[in-house]
Design a protein. Structure first.
Length: 309
């Protein structure tokens, strides 16, 4: 059976995801959806022009919502990152003024298409938006997943690996909570060369802040982010397509908080297929609860605002 993925929003990130998955031969057919007809058509044509020089064949469909009915995964990369340039404070919630108005309409079209696969959300602020998607679609919480701190965790591995001069894949452990300013590194989970991170004399608070601000550092230089988040989204999508049952720190619905929060879970073809239980310290549990409350409060506020419009 053909592996089919829809991407809603063909900006820098959406296109980078499509390229990553196409080059890896992970997808047989894409459905590209974007309100900018000229842009999405051009992206599809650009990919068609690449076919002769790529190892794997991929087919592309443009702006056909009905074609999502039998998609395995749909990725929401709707966004407006240029809004980051309108404020001096660095906060992913600045995009909410735009994205909050997109989600209900996208959800309605996605439900109307008959889509029954797994919805992967990148759109920022991702934890609030993922919660909104689940609310408006009514899909089971296990079938709606945000990329969450999967990217932040990769940034953690990169930062620690650079200091200790090992490959990022040799670093293990997680950033959890919000994909935003209230996230934190759960240092109790971090190991390098089978040793706890505390075995190394590292400036942990400085590393934690470097990870938290990593996305804004990239944005300041190129005015958008793309490859890091595209790689995270591609990895999550492949975990679903291949039913890998891989442990990934993604934004998932936490019953104890009543909202989506990033925390490691087991991911497979059905979406979230099993739980992971970290042995967090008391301080880390307190930070996680505080981060979840921030997400919950923002979610409740935006839903109330939309209901009153």
């Amino acid at each position: 059976m053909a592996r089919k993925v829809g991407i809603i929003g063909l900006g820098h990130v959406g296109a980078a995801i499509a390229h990553s998955l196409s080059a890896q031969g992970a997808v047989d057919e894409f459905v590209f959806i974007d309100i900018n007809e000229a842009k999405v058509t051009a992206e599809a044509l650009d990919f068609e022009d690449a076919k002769a020089n790529l190892e794997y064949n991929v087919n592309y469909v443009v702006n056909d919502w009905d074609a999502l009915a039998d998609a395995d995964v749909v990725i929401s990369s709707v966004g407006k990152i240029s809004l980051q340039g309108t404020v001096t404070n660095k906060d992913r919630f600045v995009e909410l003024q735009y994205t909050k108005h997109q989600i209900k309409g996208v959800s309605e079209k996605l439900v109307a298409s008959g889509f029954k696969g797994v919805l992967v959300v990148i759109t920022n602020p991702v934890d609030v938006i993922t919660t909104m998607y689940q609310h408006f679609t009514g899909f089971p919480t296990t079938r709606v997943i945000g990329t969450g701190t999967l990217l932040d965790t990769a940034r953690l591995h990169r930062a620690v690996g650079q200091v200790l001069q090992v490959h990022p894949k040799s670093v293990h452990g997680y950033n959890v909570g919000e994909h935003g300013n209230s996230q934190f590194t759960a240092w109790s989970t971090v190991t390098v060369k089978e040793q706890p991170i505390t075995a190394y004399n590292l400036p942990l608070s400085e590393l934690d802040e470097a990870v938290r601000s990593g996305g804004f550092t990239v944005y300041d230089g190129k005015k958008f982010t793309s490859y890091g988040i595209a790689s995270a989204a591609s990895r999550l999508t492949k975990a679903i397509l291949t039913d890998s049952h891989e442990e990934l720190p993604v934004s998932n619905y936490r019953v104890e908080y009543g909202v989506y929060v990033s925390y490691p879970m087991i991911v497979g073809r059905a979406g979230i297929v099993d739980e992971v239980k970290l042995s967090l310290s008391d301080e880390e549990q307190t930070k996680l609860a505080a981060s979840a409350k921030l997400i919950h409060d923002r979610y409740e506020a935006v839903i109330a605002e939309l209901d009153n419009e």
